[in-house]
Design a protein around this ligand. Structure first.
Ligand code: SF4
Ligand code: SF4
Length: 87
């Protein structure tokens, strides 16, 4: 089901979207992002990534490929809207 996106709360860049509920804090995506877009929330009771420098994202999709849980997905832009899945 498609979902229209709104940029807020460090949960997306122009190219990728984070579902923090799916993040298992493996930090793989931090290792592959060479633009320092991704940071971490690393509290004992609360761990997941967040996009700390969204404007630096180049859309290389390395973070999407590195994520085994599907927490990061590509954003598609079509028909004047922004969606997290092809439809
Ligand atoms: S798409 Fe590329 S530049 Fe953007 S956050 Fe992911 S790894 Fe970093
Ligand atoms: S690769 Fe996926 S599960 Fe691992 S820290 Fe990044 S978003 Fe979370």
């Amino acid at each position: 089901m498609r979902k229209e996106l709104f940029n807020n709360n460090h949960s997306s860049t122009a190219f990728v979207l984070l579902d923090s509920k799916l993040c298992q804090a493996c930090w793989n995506c931090l290792d592959v992002c060479f633009n320092d877009v991704i940071g971490r929330i690393n509290l004992p009771w609360h761990k997941h990534i967040k996009f700390i420098k969204a404007s630096a994202c180049k859309g290389c999709m390395k973070c999407v490929k590195s994520c085994k849980t599907g927490a990061i997905s590509k954003i598609f832009k079509e028909n004047g809207g922004y969606y997290d899945k092809k439809y």
